[in-house]
Design a protein around this ligand. Structure first.
Ligand code: IPM
Ligand code: MG
Length: 354
């Protein structure tokens, strides 16, 4: 398995370093890695956030471990040159349409959640977010209105094949999570009371569901879903939703489960390639200070081992090591503690050695 390492901006390099310590400690045979610049760092060094060499490396790899992109120095650049275009470009160029964002409360972190512990304790869900369409990739621009006022626009659209493809991932994720002990549950989140895009979404999710008669399907408007996520998050098992709603709801779910610093994600295409990244951003305010929580990054490595490496045993070991670290009281600042990024890495390595 060849892994491309794209650390990116802000806290990306420091959390990547900790994930690589974990990868080294696993000493897996047949795994090779190669690093390349991406995001604002790549723009500064090579004039583009996703240089052709970086894209070529990503395409030639089985898996990509990705840190974060985003750099305030680049905010005034034209949109095509901004750091965020690197991750959007990778998702699009590699056809990584299916984004899995699991949110589960570690029992030891019930107090870190923004919710009351008895509510937070119930959180165990995965958000399946579509990643190649929606308002993110529609026609966009600035224009001036008839009376000379500025107007920005971004077109939201989904075609039925895109919806059917992500719905299928949603159903199959729900089935895999349920195992043999219970009925699989899938909640599709949309805004079908207002948006045509969402009406099509809902219709196609229902049509696709004919092939999955055992899955209990429900529908929820996104505003209600945002409210239910804090009122009673335990009701959710698998959520399937579009690119924009999934972006927003996954940040919200992460804080309900303790900290945005904890959530990993996997972005998969139809040919078995995957990109793995924590869902948080580059956090420029704390970059370079050794304060960032590396657990979302380390858990993204675990997802990489599970989905691209087909090595459930190694993935389980990494996840258990993170559980051990948290169980032993290891806490970075976002979790109310004082550990440095490297010290949290040490705590995970100690858990791995058990
Ligand atoms: C995420 C991020 C990205 C997104 C940004 C960095 C473009 O917020 O992965 O959730 O909006 O998808
Ligand atoms: Mg986001």
């Amino acid at each position: 398995m060849k892994i491309a390492l794209l650390a990116g901006d802000g806290i990306g390099p420091e959390i990547m370093e900790q994930a690589l310590r974990v990868l080294d400690a696993l000493a897996l045979p047949g795994v090779t890695t190669e690093a390349a610049p991406v995001g604002g760092a790549a723009y500064k060094a090579h004039g583009h956030p996703l240089p052709p060499e970086t894209l070529a490396l990503a395409k030639a790899s089985d898996a990509i471990l990705f840190g974060a992109v985003g750099d305030p120095d680049c905010d005034a650049l034209e949109r095509a040159l901004r750091p965020e275009q690197a991750i959007l470009g990778l998702r699009k160029e590699l056809g990584l349409f299916a984004n899995l964002r699991p949110a589960k409360l570690y029992p030891d972190l019930a107090d870190a959640s923004a919710l009351r512990p008895e509510i937070a304790r119930e959180i165990d869900m995965v958000i399946v977010r579509e990643l190649n369409g929606d308002v993110y990739f529609g026609e966009k621009g600035m224009r001036s209105t008839a009376n000379g006022r500025r107007e920005g626009y971004d077109i939201m659209s989904y075609n039925e094949d895109e919806v059917a493809a992500i719905a299928k991932v949603g159903y199959e994720t729900a089935i895999a999570r349920a195992g043999t002990d219970r009925q699989p549950k899938l909640c599709s989140v949309d805004k079908a009371n207002v948006l045509e895009t969402s009406q099509l979404w809902r219709d196609v999710v229902i049509e696709t569901g004919k092939a999955y008669p055992d899955v209990a399907l429900s529908h929820m408007y996104v505003d209600n879903a945002a409210m239910q996520l804090v009122r009673n998050p335990g009701q959710f098992d698998t959520i399937v939703t579009g690119n924009l709603f999934g972006d927003i709801l996954s940040d919200q779910a992460s804080m309900c489960a303790g900290s945005i610093g904890l959530l990993p994600s996997a972005s998969l295409n139809g040919s078995g390639q995957g990109l793995y990244e924590p869902i948080h951003g580059s956090a420029p305010d704390i970059a370079g200070q050794g304060k960032a929580n590396p657990l979302g990054m380390i858990l993204s490595l675990a997802m990489l081992l599970r989905y691209s490496g087909k090595n459930a045993q190694a993935a389980d070991r990494v996840e258990a090591a993170v559980g051990h670290a948290l169980g032993a009281g290891a806490r970075t600042g976002d979790l109310g503690g004082t550990l440095s990024t490297a010290a949290m890495g040490d705590a995970v390595l100690a858990g791995l050695a058990l």
